[in-house]
Write a protein that binds this ligand. Structure first.
Ligand SMILES: [Zn+2]
Length: 325
């Protein structure tokens, strides 16, 4: 039988104490218990060699543990934001939508993309701003913000949107609208000339209006209230004999929860100084241009957004009627 060369001479018990502070989950205290065998080979300075080995093992263990802790801390503190590239796929016939209307009804008003990025998805559209700071409309590649003071401002590329619908506007239909139509009658009229209620349509109406009623919304602070709470105190603006442009969409009924089914229009005066989300009007004289839009693309809020936590299962139809009409 082979003689056992090594035998255990000493045994050191050790305890490693670690205290980790994670900003999200608080303080953790870890202990590692272990035994280090110090081997004696009955040769020269075996014990000394054993202690060096033991120290090396402690240092190695400590280093491994530090790496694990560092990874854990990084995971706790990193706030992931999604970086959207310039438009990679949306074509001129694509309606690109940021987030969902029900997310807005739930008070998810954090910015999803910048307007600089949004411009890559269209030259025409409507939406809102980070913190719900007003109503947006865009046409001919110029983006406007109608704030709660009713005044229109040109939008800077660094500003962000939590909700928007955009397309590149190419008219498939152009026509003159009958005089005297109000908002409800216009919807019935357009429904009668559109080829299907199951497509998306971008709608641009330019003309004069004997009456126009719009609203905007003031910027909100966190914790953000739901949209219906905000619109209870919305500033409303009324115009008489005003010239301007209506910009918006008719979306099919099956988009309920995703976008506004039916008509959703925003208004800008011809002098580009005022406007808002359209509540009603009476047409004096106006032309309509309609872009039939068959492709649809969505960009959802990324990881870390309130969008990840809200319950989007309830039907919000009544809240939408209250907030948008
Ligand atoms: Zn609107």
């Amino acid at each position: 039988m082979a003689e056992q060369v090594n035998h255990v001479d000493n045994e050191i018990k050790f305890v490693l104490h670690w205290i980790i502070y994670c900003p999200v989950m608080g303080k953790f205290r870890y202990h590692i218990y272990g035994n280090l065998m110090i081997l004696n080979t009955n040769k020269r300075t075996p014990v000394k060699h054993g202690i060096v080995t033991a120290l090396r093992r402690v240092i190695s263990l400590a280093l491994v543990f530090i790496f694990i802790c560092f990874g854990f801390l990084t995971a706790c503190t990193t706030n992931t934001t999604v970086q959207y590239a310039d438009n990679p796929i949306a074509g001129r016939e694509t309606l690109t939508q940021i987030s969902t209307i029900d997310a807005i009804l739930n008070g998810v008003y954090d910015g999803v993309v910048t307007y600089g990025v949004l411009k890559g998805y269209g030259d025409f559209g409507i939406g809102t701003f980070k913190a719900l700071d007003g109503e947006m409309l865009a046409f001919d590649s110029v983006f406007y913000q109608i704030k709660a003071d009713g005044i229109a401002y040109v939008v800077a590329d660094e500003m962000e949107t939590p909700f928007a619908s955009m397309t590149f506007f190419d008219a498939d239909y152009s026509g003159n609208l009958p005089q005297g139509l109000d908002f409800t009658q216009l919807q019935e009229y357009l429904d009668s000339i559109l080829p299907s209620e199951n497509e998306f349509y971008a709608i641009k109406i330019e003309g004069t209006f004997s009456y126009m009623k719009t609203r905007s919304v003031p910027a909100q602070e966190k914790p953000y209230p739901p949209l219906v709470e905000v619109t209870k105190n919305q500033p409303v603006f009324e115009f008489e004999n005003v010239a301007g442009t209506l910009v918006g969409f008719r979306s099919p009924p099956y988009v309920a929860g995703v976008n506004v089914p039916g008509y959703h229009l925003h208004f800008l005066t011809a002098d580009k100084k005022a406007g808002g989300h359209v509540l009603d009007f009476i047409i004096e004289q106006a032309d309509v241009a309609i872009d039939y839009t068959a492709d649809f693309m969505m960009i959802l809020p990324g990881e870390g957004s309130d969008f990840y936590r809200i319950d989007l299962t309830p039907n919000k139809h009544e809240e939408l009627e209250q907030a948008e009409k």
